[in-house]
Design a protein around this ligand. Structure first.
Ligand code: SF4
Length: 333
């Protein structure tokens, strides 16, 4: 936190964050560190319980002291931050922690927004407390479900919730006036074209039914993930196999060079370039349709910074001209 002012001045973060992840545009977000560890094992993730227990010998979750976090929230709030990002949700341990933190935020009368990245559908109690704690125009609950296919979720995420449970959860969020953002991924191990169509169908349904937004990512291979350690079992072919490969890839990013293998893998079903093409298609559908753009312009609080505007224009350009290279430079897919 001693570098908080430098952090807030830096042009970091995904430019779309302020664009689609809340009802109103946000200029200043802050990613609040909350803890370390995970109890889950998503196939693509390099920070799963597998890494924590095998590399660091730690099977436990560590949370920062709530009072210290509260002080940090107050500090960034006083510096004009409109939205605090909470990207640490090792459910079920996390619920009790956050409910107490939310109560403290209310007691201090800190009027800020929050984006809570939920690792599974949040409980009724959680949604209700979130709704009364944060300024909802600058807030959202992000749910990473990855796929609309229950089968693919089970293989890749270990979470066991049905699409009906998800639907009930989306209704609960809507009922409590909580904007939500649903995050999907394309190119997951064992995902077929039919599974991708299910995802596309669910996105269409969500966008037409609720006040929410959806995004589709293609996740580059992460070292220490199950896909990396067990490519054969996970049905993937890797194009990054060593520390040097990851070093070169990161160097490409820092120098703005489009890497030979942006994702670093193909699956048994989809080639790397096909996964990227699906991602581009989905980006075009969800971000470049007039209905969506009109809605965002009307909801904008006219505080879009020139930086964000410029970044968005580059993304639009990339999608319109079907250029993965430009999209890559601005979103890393
Ligand atoms: S992506 Fe999955 S494995 Fe990784 S931190 Fe989140 S819940 Fe844990």
């Amino acid at each position: 936190m001693k570098n908080v002012d430098r952090y807030l001045d830096a042009k970091i973060g995904h430019p779309n964050i302020s664009y689609v992840n809340s009802r109103k545009s946000i200029d200043k977000v802050f990613y609040m560190p909350i803890g370390r560890g995970c109890l889950n094992q998503c196939s693509y993730c390099g920070g799963s319980t597998y890494l924590w227990s095998n590399h660091w010998g730690n099977k436990n979750i560590s949370f920062r002291d709530k009072n210290v976090v509260l002080e940090d929230i107050e500090k960034v709030y006083q510096r004009g931050v409109q939205c605090i990002y909470f990207e640490f949700d090792p459910y079920p341990d996390s619920e009790k922690y956050y409910l107490q933190l939310f109560r403290k935020i209310r007691e201090r009368k800190i009027k800020v927004g929050a984006n809570f990245v939920s690792w599974c559908p949040p409980s009724k109690k959680f949604v209700e407390e979130f709704a009364i704690t944060f300024i909802q125009d600058f807030s959202a609950i992000t749910i990473s479900i990855d796929s609309a296919s229950e089968k693919i979720r089970k293989i890749n995420k270990n979470w066991n919730y049905s699409n009906q449970q998800l639907l009930d959860n989306f209704k609960l969020l809507s009922h409590n006036n909580v904007y939500f953002f649903v995050s999907f991924s394309i190119g997951l191990p064992f995902e077929t074209i039919e599974d991708i169509y299910l995802t596309e169908k669910m996105i269409k349904y969500l966008l037409n039914t609720f006040q929410c937004h959806c995004n589709v990512s293609a996740i580059p291979i992460e070292p220490s993930s199950m896909m990396y350690y067990y490519p054969k079992e996970m049905g993937v072919t890797l194009y990054r196999n060593s520390f040097d490969d990851f070093y070169d890839f990161s160097k490409n990013i820092s120098e703005g060079i489009y890497p030979k293998h942006p994702l670093g893998y193909s699956t048994n079903v989809l080639e790397e370039k096909e996964i990227i093409a699906f991602k581009m298609k989905s980006f075009k559908k969800n971000f470049l349709n007039l209905k969506f753009l009109k809605k965002k312009v009307l909801q904008s609080n006219n505080k879009i910074s020139s930086y964000n505007l410029c970044e968005r224009m580059k993304i639009f350009y990339a999608v319109i001209f079907n250029s993965p290279k430009i999209l890559w430079k601005n979103t890393y897919l």
